[in-house]
Design a protein around this ligand. Structure first.
Ligand code: ARG
Ligand code: ASP
Length: 718
């Protein structure tokens, strides 16, 4: 059976003893429950604690102070009363949703000065990992050699469902997932406790929390105070409970102590969090498609949308608030992909992988792995036009806001109407109303319409006719071009403004025949019927081969240690504080300070407009206990630092921990030259970026005056 061979291969690697030597320095995101395999390496690099301090199911350990925040970020508990730190950009959606022109918390910041002022957040939750266990044998029970991938999937799914159901029945608020590691060579069960009453406690103004904005995003030197503060609430027995005014602050098993003693180049650091997705073991063809075809296409389409958003956001403060969150998320991947493409090119990853594959193929002759790469190559060639069609669809037609709302609205309406006879019409009405007001609060039609015309024009020019819906080809013939089409669609749709929507919202026939609904339905149906079945089936075959190729790579290089690709499960990444050289003649030092904020200060530039109060504090050098004095006697405050930890999207908000296990910062980003680390880690360029905890405390203390929060925390000299 596949597992046994896999376990055998891993066993060889362990017993070989050489296995840390071959791994490039500081690459890797490790499973906490298997950290015993790394602990001596961690300790040799300066870590002072034991494996039990990192992960234990018998005693409180650091894992009990780390949470998955809102399904896409990480957070950490920093007080005995459930106070939680994460990034400003992770809490952005919540801060934005509580904001209006009158209470602009994005612009001015928000500080709850008492527990009563802490703001509840619909839909937000955090998850603590209770435990994780290898369930490979249980998941593959009933699997037999020779089964098809579909049959295997159904065995895996049925067994996983049983395991998760059993695990969730163990206690209140438990959520369980079975996750595949190493392309299904191994399976782990993760059991979490989920808390859904999570309230906003504090956020600095965006001129601090998002200082540098999208100009500095993914860049070093960086000066962003990227943090926000929440509090977890529980019922009176400390159990998870939905929001209720009677809930009380959660009492954690473990919380981080804070070290304000600072960081220096070379210091050991460790990031504990939830990286989302990496693809370190894919073959050259996969990398070529991403870096030469997919990334450039997606970047081009997003450039158009971002230019249009910027034009309108610059004109109006209300529009700036409405689109700030949407704009940041479009801009974020857009910029990352550009760094990734460049990094892959600079590293020569495609050629390096091709060379590796040649050696692999040579070695594989006569083994079960023979021919695997040729088969993968053929599948990639078959996949490419479909993947291309899907990428273009996702970044064009699928981004039209009015279309998304129309189809979403209709789907909900019809589903609820026809699914159950007991549905109460008033209740449904209220829900639909909630959905609509959330949409219209942040909708500005000119942006949507212009973006639609721009991306659909590019779509018409770049996607071959036979890989587009017939509906689109017909429409293009009818309207002549996407701009005329946009005039018609946005002119006629009842979803175009909230007034006409409210007039027609209950008329199913109007809604079904609306041009926005039609557009979304036609594309959705085309994707579901003609693209997805093909990509699904090819991807299934690719996964099957990757399962073998992964195992093959481990046998091929038994001296190398392998870590599973990220999949939004808890990982340990360790390294050290380090600068880097982005290009010839430049060396970046690893720590930035308040002086750098003042160097960038420019009231004319939105991203660099420092709050007046910060200017004053800087002038008076009134830094309290958070200031430092450099060798020349200059007083300043440390702001951000970089290190060699291997992180990814999802690691935002993760605790940056020192050798003694105390909190020294919050991870929030990576440097631009190193964003290819999701595909290929280069120790010379890959750096994660953290905000120094002293800057966070300085802002809470000196700028916000929220001393009561600092009083809750526990400080240590180490
Ligand atoms: N680049 C960081 C991460 O991927 C931070 C993004 C938020 N900031 C922004 N300016 N868009 O998520
Ligand atoms: N900024 C990313 C996040 O939000 C972190 C990264 O990609 O390094 O998770």
């Amino acid at each position: 059976m596949a597992t046994n061979k896999f376990l055998l291969a891993a066993g060889i690697a362990v017993s070989c003893g050489l296995w840390t030597a071959e791994l490039k320095a500081d690459e890797g995101m490790w499973l906490p429950s298997l950290i015993s395999e790394r602990i001596s390496d961690m300790q040799s690099k300066g870590f002072k604690l034991s494996e039990e301090d990192i992960y234990s199911i018998n005693q409180a350990s650091l894992k009990d102070a780390v949470v998955l925040f809102g399904g896409g970020c990480t957070g950490e508990v920093i007080s005995p009363e459930g106070l939680l730190l994460t990034n400003h950009h992770c809490g952005y959606r919540q801060i934005q949703q509580h904001s209006s022109v009158e209470h602009d918390y994005l612009k001015d910041g928000f500080w709850a000065m008492s527990r009563e002022e802490e703001l509840p957040n619909d839909g937000l939750y955090v998850r603590f990992l209770e435990r994780m266990e290898d369930v490979t044998a249980a998941v593959l029970k009933g699997y037999e050699d020779g089964m098809t991938e579909i049959q295997r999937d159904s065995v895996v799914n049925a067994n996983s469902a049983m395991l998760t159901e059993k695990a969730e029945a163990e206690g209140k608020g438990l959520k369980a997932d079975v996750e595949s590691l190493y392309y299904g060579n191994q399976y782990f069960l993760f059991i979490y406790r989920e808390y859904s009453d999570v309230r906003l406690v504090g956020a600095p103004p965006s001129s601090i929390g998002k200082f540098g904005g999208d100009t500095d995003n993914w860049m070093w030197p960086r000066h962003t105070g990227d943090f926000s503060i929440f509090r977890i609430y529980a019922d009176k027995d400390n159990n998870p409970a939905p929001y209720s005014a009677d809930n009380v602050p959660y009492k954690p098993k473990k919380f981080f102590k804070i070290s304000a003693s600072g960081v220096e180049e070379g210091d050991f650091t460790f990031i504990y969090g939830f990286p989302g997705k990496t693809s370190e073991y894919i073959m050259s063809e996969g990398v070529r498609y991403i870096s030469e075809i997919s990334d450039p296409s997606k970047i081009g389409l997003r450039t158009m949308r971002l230019d249009i958003q910027k034009k309108y956001m610059d004109e109006s403060r209300a529009v700036r608030i409405q689109y700030s969150s949407k704009n940041a998320s479009v801009a974020n991947s857009w910029k990352k992909w550009q760094g990734e493409m460049k990094g892959i090119r600079r590293l020569g990853t495609v050629a390096a992988k091709q060379e590796y594959e040649k050696r692999f193929a040579e070695w594989a002759k006569g083994t079960e792995y023979e021919g695997i790469l040729d088969r993968l190559d053929t599948l990639y060639a078959q996949l490419e036009p479909y993947a291309y069609a899907a990428d273009w669809y996702n970044e064009s037609a699928a981004t039209a806001e009015i279309v998304k709302f129309a189809t979403g609205y209709m789907k909900k309406w019809t589903e609820q109407m026809f699914s159950s006879s007991t549905v109460r019409i008033e209740e449904l009405g209220r829900e639909m109303e909630k959905m609509a007001s959330a949409f219209y609060k942040d909708y500005y039609l000119p942006i949507d319409k212009e973006s639609f015309a721009a991306v659909m024009t590019a779509y018409a020019e770049n996607v071959p006719e036979n890989f587009r819906p017939e509906y689109f080809n017909d429409g293009l013939r009818k309207f002549g071009n996407a701009e005329v089409w946009a005039d018609s669609l946005f002119g006629k749709s009842v979803f175009a403004d909230s007034l006409s929507f409210r007039t027609w919202k209950d008329s199913l026939s109007v809604i079904c025949n609306d041009p926005a609904t039609e557009f979304g339905d036609a594309f959705g149906k085309w994707y579901k019927d003609t693209i997805k079945p093909v990509t699904d089936s090819i991807n299934r075959e690719i996964t099957l081969l990757y399962r073998d190729y992964m195992r093959g790579q481990m046998e091929f290089e038994p001296q190398k240690s392998f870590y599973p690709d990220a999949n939004l499960t808890l990982r340990v990444a360790y390294g050290h504080i380090a600068g880097y050289s982005p290009s010839d003649g430049i060396y970046y030092t690893p720590v930035s300070t308040l002086d750098g904020i003042m160097e960038k200060d420019n009231p004319e530039i939105f991203d660099y407009d420092v709050p007046q109060r910060l200017r004053e504090i800087y002038r008076e050098k009134d830094f309290g206990r958070w200031g430092v004095t450099d060798s020349e006697g200059n007083k300043t405050v440390p702001v951000c630092f970089i290190a060699t930890n291997h992180t990814s999207g999802g690691n935002s908000g993760s605790p940056a921990i020192n050798a003694e296990g105390n909190l020294i910062g919050i991870n929030f980003d990576r440097v631009w030259e190193g964003t290819m680390s999701d595909i290929s880690f280069d120790p010379a360029f890959c750096r994660n970026i953290c905000v120094d905890i002293r800057y966070v405390l300085f802002i809470i203390d000196r700028l916000a005056g929220a001393h009561h929060l600092i009083d809750e925390m526990v400080f240590t000299e180490e």
